[in-house]
Write a protein that binds this ligand. Structure first.
Ligand code: AMP
Ligand code: GLY
Length: 432
C-alpha cells in the first residue's frame, strides 16, 4: 500500500518509519532527512490544500496521514475525501476542536466535559472589565491557532490585561486574537491522552507526559515539546477510566451527535487537579513528541489502525504494548524557541541508532550532499524503550551522548515527575 505522510517533524518520521517497517511504500512531504531514509520525499505546501491534493493524486496514494493541525484546519481532509482518497485526520468542521478554543470550550460545556470555568470575549473592553473584577488567577487564550504561543498564564491582573491588549488590540497572533477565552487558572501535573477514532468508536493509546518548557525544572519559554515519556505514573487506572468515561466518550459521542464526527487522532491535554482531571485543550492530531513514545510502545501494526479509522471501520477496542515504558529526549538548536542557526552538521546518528531499544527520529534536518545538517528548532527526537521509565531514560540519554552538533541543546530532566513521584492522583467525585 502506498501512503503519503504530510508533515516534516519527528512525529511524521516516527509514523513514516513504522509504516515503512510494516511494508508500506511511504511518500513523505515536505519531509526531512530521516523520512528520506524510509521513503520518497516530495515537495508540498502545507498551507495550500490544492498542492496536497494534487500530490496525493499524482502519487496515486491509497492513504494520506496528516501529521500537523494546520492542513486539517484548512480542510485538507475534506478535499481528499471529495477525491475518494482515504485520509487519517478529521474534517475542517471537526478540526475546530483544536482550531478554535472558543468552540472547544463551548462544546465541553454543552457535553459536560470537565474543564476550567471560562468566558469568551470578542471585545477587548469587555474582556478587560471581566479581568478587573475577577478575584482569582486567570489564563488568557487566543481563540485561533497560534502555534502554541497564544496562551498566557497570568500571575496578576496587570499581566492578564497586557495579554488582552497584545492578543486583541495589537493582534500579536493576527486573527487568532479576534476573540479570546478567559478561564480560571488550574494547578496540577499535565498529561496527554490520545485515542484513534473513526468518528464513532475509539481506541485508547498509552497515556504520556510532555515537557513544554525549554529548560530543566520546567523553566524558560514554552516550546513545541522538549521530551516525553510513557506511562506517567500519575495516570492511575482510576484516572484513566475517568478520562475515558467523562472526557473521551462524551467528546466522540458529542461530535458525532452534532453532525461533525471526529475521525483521526483525538489528543486531550489534561491537568490533574486536586478536584480531578480537567481538560486544558483538545488537539485533532498526534502530539509531538508524545507520538514518538506512544508508537515506541505500541505492539499493534499501525497501518491497519490508521486505515480502519480513515475508512470508518475501527473495530479494535484495545491495543497491546511491546514495551512497558518509553522516553523521548528532543535535541534542539541553540536558542530555540527563539532564533537559531541552521545548516549545522550533525554527527553520530548511525552509532546512536545502533544502540539497543533506541530510534533517532528526525525533526528539523536535511541532507546536504553526503551530510545531514540541522534545519529547524527541534532537530532530533531520541527515543528509547525500557522495562520502566528510568531504564528507558537511561538508554535515551546514552544515545544523546553519541550525537553531536554545534549548539546541541536538550533537557536533562525528562521524566522527572515519574522519578520523584511528585504527583497528585486525586480523582473528582464532584461534578465539573
Ligand atoms: P493550551 O494550548 O490551551 O493547552 O495551553 C497551553 C499551556 O498553558 C498548557 O499546556 C498549560 O501549561 C497552560 N494552561 C492552559 N490552560 C490553563 C489553565 N486553565 N490553568 C493553568 N494552566 C493552563
Ligand atoms: N506536544 C504537544 C503538542 O504536540 O501539541
Amino acid at each position: 500500500m502506498k501512503v503519503l505522510v504530510l508533515g516534516a517533524g519527528a512525529r511524521e518520521h516516527a509514523i513514516a518509519k513504522r509504516l515503512h517497517d510494516e511494508g508500506a511504500r511511504v511518500v513523505g512531504a515536505p519531509g526531512n532527512a530521516g523520512m528520506g531514509q524510509c521513503g520518497e520525499i516530495r515537495d508540498v505546501d502545507l498551507k495550500n490544500v490544492a498542492s496536497m491534493v494534487d500530490l496525493s493524486k499524482k502519487e496515486e496514494v491509497e492513504l494520506v496521514v496528516v501529521g500537523p493541525e494546520a492542513p486539517l484546519a484548512l480542510g485538507v481532509a475534506d478535499a481528499l475525501r471529495e477525491q475518494s482518497i482515504a485520509v487519517f485526520g478529521p474534517t475542517q468542521r471537526a478540526a475546530q476542536l483544536e482550531s478554535s478554543k472558543a468552540f472547544a470550550k463551548e462544546f465541553m460545556k454543552r457535553h459536560r466535559v470537565p474543564t476550567a470555568p471560562f468566558c469568551v470575549f470578542t471585545q477587548p473592553e469587555e474582556a478587560e472589565a471581566y479581568v478587573r473584577q475577577a478575584d482569582r488567577p486567570l489564563v488568557i487564550k487566543a481563540d485561533g491557532l497560534a502555534a502554541g504561543k497564544g496562551v498566557v498564564v497570568a500571575d496578576d491582573t496587570a499581566q492578564a490585561l497586557e495579554a488582552i491588549d497584545q492578543l486583541m488590540r495589537k493582534r500579536a497572533f493576527g486573527d487568532a486574537g479576534q476573540s479570546v477565552v478567559v478561564e480560571e487558572r488550574l494547578v496540577g501535573p499535565e498529561v496527554s491522552f490520545h485515542v484513534i477514532s473513526d468518528g464513532e468508536s475509539f481506541l485508547p493509546l498509552a497515556p504520556a507526559q510532555d515537557h513544554k518548557r525549554a529548560l530543566d525544572g520546567d523553566r524558560g519559554p514554552n516550546t513545541g515539546g522538549m521530551g516525553a515519556y510513557s506511562p506517567p505514573p500519575m495516570v492511575t487506572q482510576e484516572i484513566e477510566q475517568f478520562i475515558l468515561s467523562q472526557v473521551v466518550e462524551p467528546t466522540i459521542r458529542g461530535m458525532a451527535s452534532e453532525g461533525t464526527p471526529l475521525s483521526g487522532a483525538l489528543f486531550v491535554g489534561l491537568m490533574l487537579t486536586d478536584a480531578g482531571p480537567r481538560v486544558l485543550e483538545y488537539n485533532v492530531r498526534f502530539g509531538d513528541p508524545e507520538c514518538e513514545v506512544m508508537l515506541a510502545r505500541l505492539d499493534n501494526p499501525l497501518l491497519p489502525l490508521l486505515l480502519a479509522a480513515a475508512q470508518g471501520r475501527l473495530d479494535a477496542t484495545s491495543v497491546s504494548y511491546r514495551a512497558p515504558a518509553a522516553m523521548c529526549v528532543v535535541l534542539a538548536s541553540e536558542g530555540y524557541p527563539g532564533p537559531y542557526e541552521t545548516g549545522v552538521p550533525i554527527r553520530g546518528l548511525d552509532s546512536a541508532a545502533k544502540l539497543d531499544g533506541t530510534e533517532v527520529f528526525h525533526a528539523g534536518t536535511r541532507r546536504e550532499q553526503a551530510e545531514c545538517v540541522t534545519a529547524g528548532g527541534r532537530v532530533l527526537a531520541v527515543t528509547s524503550v525500557g522495562e520502566n521509565v528510568d531504564a528507558a531514560g537511561e538508554r535515551a540519554y546514552q544515545a544523546v551522548e553519541h550525537i553531536e552538533f554545534q549548539g546541541k541543546s536538550f533537557r536533562r530532566d525528562i521524566g522527572w515527575q515519574a522519578r520523584t513521584r511528585q504527583h497528585s492522583s486525586k480523582l473528582a467525585r464532584s461534578e465539573p
